[in-house]
Design a protein around this ligand. Structure first.
Ligand SMILES: C[S@@+](CC[C@H](N)C(=O)[O-])C[C@H]1O[C@@H](n2cnc3c(N)ncnc32)[C@H](O)[C@@H]1O
Length: 247
């Protein structure tokens, strides 16, 4: 399995995650999709702190959050409503064959799979976990938008109020090649002066690469949206949102 970023393993950085990534139109999209599909059994793969997972877990639903990071899951466990969700530590190999209605990978989880073989294995596991005609939904940043070219210390700078006091965060891109973008994240804890530095790589797969990988895993691509309001995918879209169906 790809090594986990320090963002997901260091409890001090995990404490910043929901502050930096609050509920947005992406979560509304996935919540509406789950309702429309009348999904009763849902897996949230790479659920992280579980902010969306807990909202999905309404009465009559069986919701499971899966994540390989013990620190992210420990945070998720402490949140209100956590008991409504079943939490499993692991990657897609723990999904099994539960006849799920819907599997989600939200907030660009798809981009953590740097290696094509690992991505293909993940899609196969998801396929096996779904019931016939069950859905997989996820997003990935569009490489056509070259968003990483806009990531620099100035544009990404933020000052957060956190349980650890004020924290200043920013990103620096250190390289981009073969659909992989390498960057360094800084997290300067002002009370101690400590800068927790995170080195990360994200995979930017094209629309064609993702569609082909879904087909190879046995999925039919039902829809690809270019924004969270279900607009079409265009060459200027920042995000590609895939909804795929198990045959
Ligand atoms: C950007 S966070 C997304 C968290 C959550 N889905 C959200 O919407 O906020 C990426 C998550 O993917 C998890 N992750 C990393 N490698 C993974 C893998 N091989 N399988 C599943 N999840 C993985 C990380 O631990 C982290 O919690």
């Amino acid at each position: 399995m790809t090594q986990l970023d320090r963002h997901y393993t260091d409890p001090r950085l995990v404490d910043l995650y929901d502050i930096e990534n609050p509920h947005g139109p992406d979560f509304d999209f996935f919540l509406e999709l789950a309702n429309e599909l009348k999904a009763q059994r849902i897996f949230d793969l790479g659920c992280g702190t579980g902010l969306l997972t807990r909202q999905l877990a309404v009465a009559g639903r069986e919701v499971t959050g899966v994540d390989p990071s013990p620190a992210m899951l420990a945070y998720a466990h402490r949140q209100p409503g956590a008991a409504r969700v079943q939490w499993i530590e692991g990657d897609s190999s723990v999904l099994g064959t539960p006849a799920a209605d819907l599997v989600l990978m939200t907030s660009n989880v798809a981009q953590v799979f740097l290696d094509d073989a690992e991505w293909a294995t993940t899609l196969r596991h998801i396929y096996t976990a779904l019931r016939p005609h069950g859905r997989l939904a996820f997003e990935s940043r569009s490489p056509d938008d070259r968003g990483w070219e806009r990531w620099n210390p100035k544009t990404t700078f933020a000052r957060l109020e956190t349980p650890h006091g004020p924290v200043e965060t920013w990103l620096e891109v250190v390289g981009a090649e073969n659909g992989r973008v390498h960057f360094v994240g800084h997290n300067l804890f002002k009370n101690t002066g400590e800068d927790l530095v995170v080195t990360s790589t994200l995979r930017f797969r094209s629309h064609k690469e993702i569609s082909s990988s879904l087909s190879r895993a046995g999925f039919t691509v039902v829809q690809v949206y270019g924004d969270w309001q279900r607009g079409p995918l265009t060459h200027t879209s920042q995000v590609m949102i895939f909804v795929a169906c198990r045959k």
